[in-house]
Every structure is written in C-alpha cells, then in structure tokens.
Design a protein around this ligand. Structure first.
Ligand code: SF4
Length: 251
C-alpha cells in the first residue's frame, strides 16, 4: 500500500474537545482543553464498582467511534474559542482510550495545527504506558502522564507491562500515576516498577490516585490513599472533577 496521508482523527463521543480543569496527576488544576481519542488496547474491567460499572473510567472512548477531519476539528476549536485558550498556555490534554495507538495521524494533526496557527501548544498525553512514543514528539516538547495498570485492572501482564516503554518514560521524567486498592497493589508497584532494575521508577515521580467513580466514593476512599502516600513518600492525586462536578467524564 502507498504511504497515504491521513487527514482525520478517530475521536470518542466527547466530541473534538472541551475546556475544563485537569483533575488528576502532575498537571492537576491547570485549565485544559481535553481531546479524547477513540479506542484502547486495554479493558480495565477489574476496576468495576457500583459507581463505575465498566471499570474503565473513560468508557466513552470505546463506545462510539467518530471520524473527524482535521479541518472539522480546527473549525470546532475556532468556534468554541479553544484556540485562544491553547495560545495563552492552557494545557492540551490528549487522552483516550489510548492515544499512542494512533500516533501517525496525531503527529500529522499537530504539525498541521502549528502551521495553521503559528504556535506550539503545550501538550500532555494521558497514556497507559504500553506503547512506545514516536521520536517525532520530541520536536513538540510534549509531556506524558503515564498510568500503568496493575494486575487488579483485570488485563494480563503481557498486555499491561512493557518495561522498555516504562524505562523510556523514566528517562523522560514523565509523571507516573497508579490506582491502588490493596496492599497487593502496593507490593506490585515496588516489585515491578520501583525495585525492578530495568525500570527503577523514582518515587518522587509517582502519584497514587484515589480509585473512585463518584464524589461519595472519593470521600470514602481518599483518606486511605493519603495514609499510603504519607507512609511511602509518594504524591497523592485526587480526582478533582469528581470533587467539583461529581462526574468522571465530559467535565
Ligand atoms: S487504560 Fe484507560 S482508557 Fe484504557 S481501558 Fe484502562 S482506564 Fe480505560
């Protein structure tokens, strides 16, 4: 097949973008434009709770596939005043699903954006850390919020655990965000990520996030996460959008 130039992105049911406050990890509190890509290589069904029945907290990323041309996305961003937000320095959070699944069209999209609007937006990828980023991203100085999945997420270790990709992110200084529900989760973080010689994730780059799908669940579980972080020396990440809006998506 010829090298075909792709001029569209497959996005989730969230639409091409929305303006919000980043609610998790290192960039928490930043005004942000979220763009959610379609599809993921994991399922995270093991996290299902009464308040989060799919397990995956971003299930809209795989329920409906929406094809948007670059031009459509640019028009949407202009009409919704999102270009000016990115220009003043708001974070462009590119998430999913797993955005690293579709890097070629994304790289082309970002190059087109920079050419058209003549500035380089501040991009942070939300990724599950299983797919190696393309070297092209270095040109745009993107950052990564990496959320590796432990065995409690329900997917196999063969799918979730990619030491070479994690080592790449350690060297990049990426933010690592884990969901911890039990003592076993904590042991797994030490065994596979912090004490494992091929990765050696620095503890000062690790955030432990509250596992919750509603404001109530967040209130009920946050204290135990705070205690883990105090004891182990990790940073704590709440899920700010649950505390503010009592919703995990589209806010
Ligand atoms: S990695 Fe993220 S988007 Fe993918 S299934 Fe798990 S929670 Fe959902």
């Amino acid at each position: 097949m010829q090298n075909e130039e792709i001029d569209y992105l497959l996005l989730s049911d969230d639409g091409p973008g929305f303006h919000t406050i980043e609610g998790e990890g290192e960039w928490i509190g930043y005004p942000s434009v979220f763009m959610r890509l379609f599809g993921c290589n994991l399922s995270c069904r093991g996290w299902a709770t009464a308040d989060s029945p799919y397990g995956c907290d971003s299930y809209v990323s795989w329920t409906k596939k929406n094809k948007h041309s670059f031009e459509d996305i640019f028009n949407f961003y202009e009409q919704n005043d999102l270009i000016s937000k990115l220009k003043r320095g708001d974070l462009w959070k590119i998430t999913g699903g797993e955005p690293m699944l579709r890097q070629k069209p994304l790289i082309s999209f970002v190059k087109n954006f920079i050419k058209k609007y003549e500035f380089t937006p501040r991009i942070d990828f939300e990724t599950n850390g299983t797919i190696m980023p393309e070297p092209d991203w270095d040109e745009f100085k993107v950052t990564y919020t990496v959320s590796p999945k432990l065995s409690s997420n329900g997917d196999s270790e063969r799918q979730t655990y990619k030491p070479a990709v994690l080592d790449y992110h350690v060297k990049k200084g990426s933010c690592f965000k884990f969901v911890v529900k039990s003592e076993n989760d904590l042991k797994e973080i030490y065994r596979k990520y912090i004490d494992f010689p091929l990765i050696q994730m620095p503890k000062n780059r690790v955030w432990i996030m509250v596992c919750a799908g509603s404001r109530k669940e967040h209130i009920d579980t946050a204290e135990s996460v705070a205690e883990i972080c105090k004891k182990e020396g990790f940073k704590m990440s709440p899920r700010l959008h649950l505390m503010i809006w009592d919703k995990a998506l589209k806010v």
